[in-house]
Design a protein around this ligand. Structure first.
Ligand SMILES: Nc1ncnc2c1ncn2[C@@H]1O[C@H](COP(=O)(O)OP(=O)(O)O)[C@@H](O)[C@H]1O
Ligand SMILES: [Mg+2]
Length: 384
């Protein structure tokens, strides 16, 4: 089988500033033509990764490959990569045309070709006819479109976007999310998009890397990350959620809040300590007799298309519920959910730690565990 060579790869890349390890051990594999997102809170190392790709920073350890070649020592100007920043960084004393033409002119492209290029790029970002405008005459959204056109006019193989939409208001951000996605598909080049906004990441990406603490906590499709968060950090960061401690008694049976519940997870050691995730949208309120748990309503907020209800159980765990009908604050109600809505995470474990633990089991055990997990998944898939 011939596998396509990744366009970009990090192998055990590390970087410290002084005593602070900003990137601890980063492994990334990016295939050509996909929309990737680095998602994480401020300070998690996202921009640092982009700067390593663009050549603005050098790694302390590890290797960075571009189409199979090590590029650690290749200077920034020789990398086929451009960056779009949050603050646009346009040339304020040049008009729109000259901003977009900047890269092609540096490359000494023929003036006729430059005109075609600029026209094509401005068409792509829906600014045809804006050639002669001054930057100061443009709105924030229009300036960001020019910045995207200027970056793409260099024909990068990889476009880096560092929180490009974070300075824009909600409506404009939604619009540009869709357009960026369309541009990426149309050009077929690789995008590496940085955001701290999980909704944005889920909406835009083919593949997400969730970062925290200088490590990639989890990587996968938006569905993987949302439905199967691998640890507490990811579950908490990705969405409003309920996480309670539990014990996986055996395959398909988990214990939490003093009771046993059937579920669809398997592959853990008997009585392994776990964290149980239940999404607010998967919980329903009912009368106490029909509830799997009984809770007391503490608070509720009307959110437009649902009520966000906060309740507390007798163990003092807090539960967030999204309900279509309002509840009564102070009332005792039942909480129900389906077995396939119970999601099990290994206790406080990163993806790297999980892999390491599987290795430490020895091969046979690891295979058994993986097989059991897969059997569990295919069973749950069959039910769903
Ligand atoms: N040039 C620098 N010198 C010292 N510390 C830095 C420098 N650049 C970034 N850092 C630190 O590295 C960490 C990661 O930064 P960054 O990659 O910019 O995070 P993010 O983009 O995820 O918000 C932060 O704690 C930041 O303060
Ligand atoms: Mg940043």
């Amino acid at each position: 089988m011939v596998e396509k060579m990744p366009i970009l790869e990090f192998a055990k890349v590390a970087l410290s500033f002084g005593d602070t390890a900003v990137l601890k051990e980063i492994d990334l594999v990016l295939e050509s033509g996909k929309f990737y997102t680095l998602l994480g809170p401020s300070g998690s190392g996202k921009s640092t990764i982009l700067k390593l790709i663009s050549g603005q920073l050098q790694a302390d350890a590890g290797q960075i490959f571009f189409e199979g070649q090590v590029i650690n020592d290749v200077p920034a100007e020789r990398r086929r990569v451009n960056t779009v920043f949050q603050n646009y960084s346009l040339f304020p004393n040049m008009n729109v045309f000259d901003n977009v033409a900047f890269g092609p002119r540096l490359k000494k492209m023929a003036e006729k070709d430059i005109q075609d290029k600029v026209r094509e790029m401005l068409g792509l970002v829906k600014l045809s006819g804006f050639e002669r405008r001054e930057i100061s005459e443009l709105s924030g959204g229009q300036q960001q479109r020019v910045a995207i056109a200027r970056a793409l006019a260099n024909d990068p193989e990889v476009l880096l976007l560092d929180e490009p939409l974070s300075a824009l208001d909600y409506k404009l951000r939604k619009e540009l999310q869709q357009e960026l996605r369309n541009i990426q598909k149309r050009l077929g080049i690789t995008f590496v998009f940085v955001t701290h906004d999980q909704e944005e990441a889920l909406a835009m990406s083919d593949w997400i890397f969730v970062m925290h603490d200088g490590l990639i906590q989890q990587n996968g499709t938006p569905e993987d990350i949302y439905d199967e968060p691998i640890n507490h950090f990811v579950a908490d960061f990705i969405g409003e959620t309920n996480i309670v401690p539990g014990i996986m008694k055996r395959d398909y049976l988990v214990h939490f809040v003093g009771k046993d519940f059937e579920n669809v997870d398997a592959g853990m050691r008997p009585n392994e300590r776990v964290e149980v995730v239940l999404r607010p949208e998967d919980l329903d309120l009912t009368d106490p007799a029909n509830g799997k748990l009984v809770v007391t309503i503490q608070d509720q907020l009307f959110r437009g298309d649902y009520y966000e209800i906060t309740a507390v159980d007798d163990d003092m765990n807090t539960w967030q519920v999204q309900a279509t009908n309002p509840a009564t604050v102070g009332a005792r109600v039942g909480l129900t959910f389906d077995p396939e809505d119970i999601h099990i995470m290994r206790y406080n474990e990163s993806e790297a730690a999980f892999d390491a633990r599987l290795e430490s089991y020895g091969e046979e055990e690891a295979e058994e565990a993986l097989q059991a997990a897969q059997d569990g998944q295919s069973q749950s898939g069959g039910q769903g």
